[in-house]
Design a protein around this ligand. Structure first.
Ligand code: AMP
Ligand code: GLY
Length: 418
């Protein structure tokens, strides 16, 4: 089968690699891909917002299946466009992608499904935000309604900080249209879990649990990032798992079916496990990045087959290897606020062992043909092992084979699980 992967980061490289090791897959293409991904896939530069260009591209290549990586393309409606052209797609419809594309839509969905979540109010100006804040206890959690590349959630310890965040969104319009309205919600306390399923909109197949490390610095300090590392599978109490199934997954699926939204893809449910039980924080309508990097290598089977069936609305029962995977993110100087591009990477990116390798997240080639940083998260160092300790060690020892000026990397990925 011929596959096309849309996107250009570490998650997409992980999908490309999973396809490379699938015997059902004969050709792998990516759009736009990257200089790094081009080592494993044929990369194409096609404007995905240009319906005519997309049509002639897919007609020319006759892909058997297209996998959509980033939320941005889903919210733009790429799945619907491709389906209208008769292409098999792994990715929810534009309407269903509103679960990620609009925080207000997501909260309304959670209420409709009857799943536990933080109490909230929709707000769209500063005075209204401060009025609504009277109903909640600090810290105040303000979330821009629209997509904001992970920069749309503000956790404000005090009212003056909430006022500043609301002014930035509604008056200075720092996030543009994405911040035209927002959700103000009660802060939840506990620990977070990323619960991912493959779903066709009425049934679901669970993916192994993964734990992301969102803060830049060791000990969960410093600013929030897209994710600095992840380990899996994570074991949690079986009673908690049962509660998540019963109180969250099943009602969400029933409600999804009731709404009639077309969903064929990954549903990522961000959960806060509070003293009262698990509560939904957010939905993502795609694989997490870097969660995908540790989930995909655990399948006992052929991802090409699983994805091509899912695109047709069929779920294949999934079996998992008894392997542990760790992903350590190597980031550029200045990440997350101002990642520096063009910093020369020293070392061999092709280095790999039987239990470790690099995935290319934000790697480019300079005019002189050198590998350089080309984004915030540059490389994902992946380690595999028969237990978590072995996997983490493999990832860190792989990471040592490269360096660059100002490289940022957390040293404690997986530590709280060891
Ligand atoms: P979201 O995109 O809605 O998941 O928010 C991003 C991050 O903000 C989450 O992963 C949490 O760490 C934090 N967060 C979001 N909502 C809440 C909340 N109600 N209480 C505490 N932390 C939250
Ligand atoms: N790692 C978090 C995300 O992909 O949204």
């Amino acid at each position: 089968m011929r596959f096309l992967v849309l996107g250009q980061g570490g998650r997409e490289h992980a999908i490309v690699r999973a396809l490379k090791y699938s015997s059902s897959v004969t050709e792998i293409h990516a759009c736009p891909g990257s200089d790094g991904i081009s080592r494993d896939a044929i990369c194409h530069q096609v404007d995905l917002t240009d319906a005519k260009a997309v049509e002639s591209f897919v007609k020319r290549h006759q892909f058997d299946c297209v996998i959509v990586g980033p939320e941005k393309y889903l919210v733009q409606g790429i799945s619907d466009l491709l389906r209208s052209l008769g292409v098999n797609v792994v990715g929810p419809s534009q309407a269903a992608s509103q679960l990620e594309g609009s925080k207000i839509f997501a909260k309304e969905f959670m209420v409709g499904a009857g799943v536990p979540t933080a109490a909230y109010e929709v707000v769209s100006d500063v005075a209204g935000t401060l009025r609504a804040a009277q109903k909640f206890t600090p810290p105040y959690v303000l979330k821009a309604d629209g997509l904001a590349d992970g920069k749309g959630v503000f956790i404000c310890p005090t009212l003056p900080e909430l006022k500043t965040a609301a002014e930035n969104l509604f008056e200075k319009k720092t996030l543009g249209m994405a911040g035209q309205s927002a959700v103000l919600e009660q802060a939840l306390h506990g620990f977070e879990l990323s619960f991912l399923v493959l779903t066709n909109g009425h049934q679901a197949e669970r993916l192994p649990l993964a734990q992301d490390h969102k803060r830049l610095k060791e000990g969960d300090e410093g600013p929030n990032t897209g994710g600095m590392g992840v380990v899996g599978p994570v074991k949690v109490d079986s009673l908690l798992e049962q509660r998540i199934e019963k109180e969250i997954i099943e009602p969400c699926l029933r409600h999804l079916q009731g709404t009639g939204l077309l969903y064929r893809g990954v549903l990522y449910i961000g959960i806060m496990v509070t003293p009262e039980g698990p509560k939904v924080l957010e939905f993502n309508t795609r694989f997490g990045d870097p969660e995908a990097q540790v989930i995909l290598p655990q399948l006992e089977g052929d991802w090409g087959y699983v994805f091509s069936k899912l695109g047709n609305g069929e779920l294949v029962p999934l079996k998992w290897k008894s392997v542990h995977v760790a992903c350590v993110v190597l980031a550029s100087p200045g990440y997350p606020s101002e990642p520096k591009k063009g910093v020369v990477i020293e070392g061999d990116l092709g280095t790999q062992t039987s239990s470790s390798y690099f995935l290319f997240a934000g790697v480019g080639k300079s005019d002189q043909g050198q590998w350089v940083t080309n984004g915030g998260r540059v490389l994902n160092s992946i380690g595999l092992g028969s237990d978590l300790k072995e996997a983490v060690q493999a990832a860190y020892s792989q990471a040592k084979s490269v360096k660059w000026q100002g490289l940022q990397m957390r040293q404690d990925i997986g530590k709280n699980q060891l």
